[in-house]
Design a protein around this ligand. Structure first.
Ligand SMILES: Cc1cc2nc3c(=O)[nH]c(=O)nc-3n(C[C@H](O)[C@H](O)[C@H](O)COP(=O)(O)OP(=O)(O)OC[C@H]3O[C@@H](n4cnc5c(N)ncnc54)[C@H](O)[C@@H]3O)c2cc1C
Length: 359
């Protein structure tokens, strides 16, 4: 038995007239798009706000050319670009509404006579809603390379420039993780020549990807860093460890990403040790009514995992909106159980580590 009836909205909600959305989702990456599709399929009015000017998240912005091999249902693989396009189209068809170039600033609690609501404040406006799903990834801001910080040149990029012809071009890629190897493969796939600069003696990325980079003609230099750089016409002159100099048209830096810790702290959310947002088993954060899904909290950072998170949180949000008593009872039960466990742990502690639950 399905847990819901698909309610097909026949027309997009009149956004101007809508006083309150059922669900506002922050981020149009895999997790946010999956959550939006799920709530919209259940007849909830759903708005997605996205900081960038296009949907798709990491697959679209960070590895559009990469053929992703581990997505169930795509035996030939699917490019990041195509996957993002399909997911967005499906959400649009389900009448999910989108606001691009809107970045989350705050989430306020709003108490009305009938119920508690949330107000999602962005840099451009605000939206009243019943539930919020945070799906804004952990990888929003690329980590900068200090030696290139003051170099004002389009030759320095933090992701592969889209639609740029790289045939025969000498491209330096900085980094030794999976993202750097993926960037190297994409450059090689577009006919560029890759020199991968890795600070450490060994790479952290997948051996299989490294083998493919080498097989495609890429050069890997371990224990090598950029020690100095300066713009020279429309190129960049860089000095490497050991003093070697070269002039290149493009350097792509892929040394990881900064977490959105500041944003999450501002929202008053409890965080995990790794900086991700802490959630309970229903994907709800420490602030009731705000869920968090995908890379924003997850240990396993993969598209299908982000989908699964988004879908589950969307269903819990749907259940809370439509039949709160069911979930509340279960939650009360869970809370009681957690309290009991806490008490037992305390008793153990006072008994000097010798558990005795017979009393
Ligand atoms: C190079 C690379 C290769 C990868 N390869 C694979 C692979 O082969 N297979 C696989 O399964 N996974 C792969 N992954 C991981 C996968 O892409 C992520 O796990 C997945 O994208 C997480 O989805 P998400 O929706 O949680 O976050 P994201 O994809 O990061 O999407 C978050 C969205 O939220 C937006 N956002 C962020 N902050 C705000 C804000 N404050 N306000 C509004 N919007 C905001 C962002 O702009 C973004 O569009 C790879 C990742 C990288 C970096």
């Amino acid at each position: 038995m399905p847990d819901y009836n698909v309610i097909k909205l026949t027309a997009a909600p009149d956004v101007e007239q809508l006083a309150c959305w059922d669900v506002v989702i922050v981020g149009a990456g895999p997790a946010g798009l999956a959550a939006g599709l799920t709530t919209a399929h259940r007849g909830l009015t759903t708005l997605v706000v996205e900081a960038k000017n296009e949907p798709g998240g990491q697959p679209h912005f960070l590895y559009p050319d990469k053929v992703i091999a581990d997505i169930p249902g795509f035996p030939e693989g699917v490019s990041g670009e195509e996957l993002a396009r399909r997911q967005y189209q499906q959400a649009v068809d389900a009448l999910v509404q989108f606001r691009f170039e809107e970045e989350l600033v705050a989430i306020d609690d709003v108490q009305t006579k009938e119920r508690e609501l949330k107000r999602v404040v962005t840099n451009r406006g605000s939206y009243l809603c019943r539930r919020v799903i945070l799906a804004c990834g952990l990888l929003h801001f690329p980590r900068r390379l200090p030696v290139l910080e003051d170099v004002d040149s389009p030759c320095v990029q933090y992701r592969l420039p889209r639609d740029r012809d790289l045939k025969g071009m000498h491209v330096l890629i900085v980094g030794g993780g999976d993202s750097a190897l993926d960037a190297a493969l994409m450059v090689l796939g577009r006919g560029g020549q890759v020199e991968l600069l890795v600070r450490k003696p060994q790479l952290a990325g997948r051996q299989e990807a490294l083998d493919r980079v080498r097989a495609a003609g890429g050069t890997v230099r371990t224990s090598t860093e950029i020690t100095a750089a300066q713009a020279e016409g429309d190129q960049l002159r860089v000095t490497l460890t050991g003093g070697r100099e070269c002039v290149v048209p493009l350097v792509i830096v892929q040394i990881g990403y900064l977490a959105g810790r500041e944003t999450f702290e501002r929202l008053g959310l409890r965080l995990q040790e790794d900086g991700g947002v802490a959630v309970d088993q229903y994907y709800e954060t420490s602030r009731p009514g705000i869920f968090a899904v995908g890379d924003v909290h997850g240990d396993i950072k993969l598209v299908p995992v982000a989908w699964a998170d988004g879908i589950q949180a969307a269903i819990y949000a749907f259940k809370e909106i439509t039949s709160p008593y069911w979930l509340n009872e279960k939650r009360l039960h869970d809370q009681r159980l957690a309290l009991l466990q806490e008490k037992l742990a305390l008793i153990d502690k006072h008994a000097g580590g010798k558990p005795d639950h017979t009393a």
